[in-house]
Design a protein around this ligand. Sequence first.
Ligand SMILES: [Fe+2]
Length: 455
Amino acid sequence: MPTLNRFLEGSFAPVKEEITATDLPVTGQVPAGLSGRYLRNGPNPLGLDDPNYHWFVGAGMVHGVRLRDGRAEWYRNRWVRSKAVAAALGEPWPGGPVHENMDFAANTHVIGHGGRTLATVEAGALPYELSYELGTVGPCDFGGTLPGGFAAHTKLDHATGELHAIAYFWAWDHVQHVVVDAAGKVTRTTDVAVSDGPMMHDFALTSRYVVLLDLPVTFSLNAVSAGVELPYVWNPEHQARVGLLPRDGSSAVQWMEVAPCWVFHCLNAYDDDQGRVVVDLCQYDQSFDVSTLWSAHGPVTLDRWVIDPAAGKVTQQRLDDRWQEFPRVDERVVSRPHRYGYSAVIGEAARAITAAGDFADDAFSNALLRHDLVGGTVEAHEFGRDATVGEAVFAPAAPDAAEDDGYVMAFVHDPERGAADLVILAAQDFTAEPVARIHLPARIPLGFHGSWIPD
Ligand SMILES: [Fe+2]
């Protein structure tokens, strides 16, 4: 373990204050059709004195920019007020439901659903509901309709308005598929038996199936005993497999074995016209010990898995061998065939993660990628050596615009100002100068996931 904790310094260093800034300066022009908020969550611990700090367990801080009528109205960053965060800030805790004593300042994703803004996290805790201006409302169990914990990653089926999630919790002998309706009430849960307590960070959704990734990163009591902050370790005894759970609950899960690997994120999935399921995802093709992000791991590439339930087999194909993460599609095509995908080349994160500090391809460091998976082409928008960039999110130009007709937005660190910009790229002119760079008054640490939430 390094003497310095890479996740407390440089591009990861937490910020120390909450800021409200209005009428933000812009280079270029904010598209007049974009009215809403771009929000992004990430860990931002309040104390900086823990050398064993694990990036995944820092208290969540949500950063947001509100756009309207061609202007950038405000920037706000706010800690999620869990009980511990509220106490550290000297504030009363707003209170609310807690699952199995797992109160946590949700740090992984932020979504809008059923009129709520929700900061989400996995492994047993509940989401936290936030106000429009990112104040903490309190923990959310969907009006008492959620029986257990929730999940960081969700998939919204735009055709039905259903929000799907896979919840896992170390003390369960199953994972739980949760369906939330458009009004924000849980309408169905299905328990799926699993062994060893696998981490299921993400999953995929098609029109017919929920695609489960049961991979060899599992809960470890030994790691708990050793004081590991995130006790999920590589477990070679755990058979890696992919499961197809029919969305309509018509039958049990069909499991198919795959070679040991690790996947944090799926780009998207869909049913093809031959009864198969196509899943595009970012795959680490060697072991990945989540409990210690400093252990070296293999490359992470964009791959396509074709799951054939009739043959009971999964075939894999590499789509792009650049190291990349945070794959996203136009949210409107989730669960249906996609042509385009966007991802981040993870130079900074990879340098922090690999033990040797090496990185496969510095030339693509700090870049966003736009994949045309039908045309078989990739474009890179590079931001420069020290301009770190994280996940990008697609916002359509209009509700009925074609896939890829819109904007790709992300927080990008501007090394000259020592602060972040919200950069807006035209998806269909991806390598051109940004349409807009909204200059924010502070750094934004590298973090996890976010959403464009139109008004
Ligand atoms: Fe994630």
